[in-house]
Design a binder for this molecule. Sequence first.
Ligand code: F0G
Length: 473
Amino acid sequence: MENFKHLPEPFRIRVIEPVKRTTREYREEAILKSGMNPFLLDSKDVFIDLLTDSGTGAVTQDMQAAMLRGDEAYSGSRSYYALANAVKEIFGYEYTIPTHQGRGAEQIYIPVLIAKREREKGLDRRKMVVFSNYFFDTTQGHSQINGATVRNVYIKEAFDTSVKYPFKGNFDLEKLEQGIQEVGANNVPYIVCTITCNSAGGQPVSIANLKAMYEIARKYDIPVIMDSARFAENAYFIQQREAAYQDWTIEQITYESYRYADCLAMSAKKDAMVPMGGILAFKDQSMEEVYHECRTLCVAQEGFPTYGGLEGGAMERLAIGLRDGMRQEWLAYRIAQIEYLVAGLERIGVACQQPGGHAAFVDAGKLLPHIPPEQFPAQALSCELYKVAGIRAVEIGSFLLGRDPKTGQQLPCPAELLRLTIPRATYTQTHMDFIIEAFQKVKENAANIKGLTFTYEPKVLRHFTARLKEVES
Ligand code: F0G
């Protein structure tokens, strides 16, 4: 099948879920009822759901079959060993704790690492600062709940949608080292490396950057946690863009990447393809004490350490999903699908972040320049997109970022983006064409789209439950 222009879906679809078509009038009413917040729409009213790729994709026949093998023993289940062995083989990590999802792993390792620093070095957690190329919101939330301050050290190209750069997810290594020196290494309980970097638009981190970041961490004796939701997409980008690895397999690149961390925390709902699941794993004996403490906390918060909030069948499915998620031809198809969507949007003059792993990120700030950040242009765009075509997308901008907890002021946001997140093997090229056509209609009406203001604003995590209305002009 060489020399074809376009690679069609490299799978057959054998289970289908019906979706409802609605009228413009129906959708206008639905979005008003949901307080101009697509999170509050009922999924039955959504035609194409691009809110997230988390647990929303198709599963493979081998994953489904594996569920029947589940050993539901409370402790020492055979299915736990299936998962732990897969983690050891794929990532080279010795100790595995299953969790119900990614944030389940975070609520265990974050308090343990912060308490350890406090205990061993006699320090005050309120002085502690944790670093990342960019924290995902729940990782940031858990760090803050446990008393630490977060600092993102991303490169200057990361959020500039007019700039192309192969590894926009990279750490700014200078800022990282300067930051550690400034706050004092003892005050840094961990560094989180997010692959791919979700917030910057699913952008990858290179092996060279991982290596250099890990060297800095070793120098100052700080553990590194790989936030691993989209580990396979990151490996694919490395293979395509980092010369030294172009002949390596996804499996080899993945194994190599994990040499440059001490612990992995994974939302398995993305690249590991399961509807629900997570993993916390530690590399070797240097992390044994942390592992033991995490295991104890797992009992209190998730479940016995050999099931950690998952049933036996779900652990079997996850062990297979980890491998299926690394299939070269599926990754190639998936990334090509995102590229196709971004190219189509840019062709009609809708500026996007360069194509990333799991989504197209539309620059709403550029599309709706008349709406200021405090009136949430990307949220306004998401409502318009729903009204026009029944498509649900998610704001990644000022609305998500929220206010400074100390001053109550809206935090300045590096970009006002709308994320069109593509679930795995769920939508086809026809859907991508439909989305592009929908944006054409949105664009024609762009000048009439109004900014938004709160009618209800929760103090924390406002993104999910806030209600808004259009600003009167
Ligand atoms: N880390 C990253 C990089 C993530 O993208 C997510 C979730 C998590 C951690 C938390 O994992 O949801 O399993 O508890 N991201 C989803 C998203 C929700 O839509 O991007 P979780």
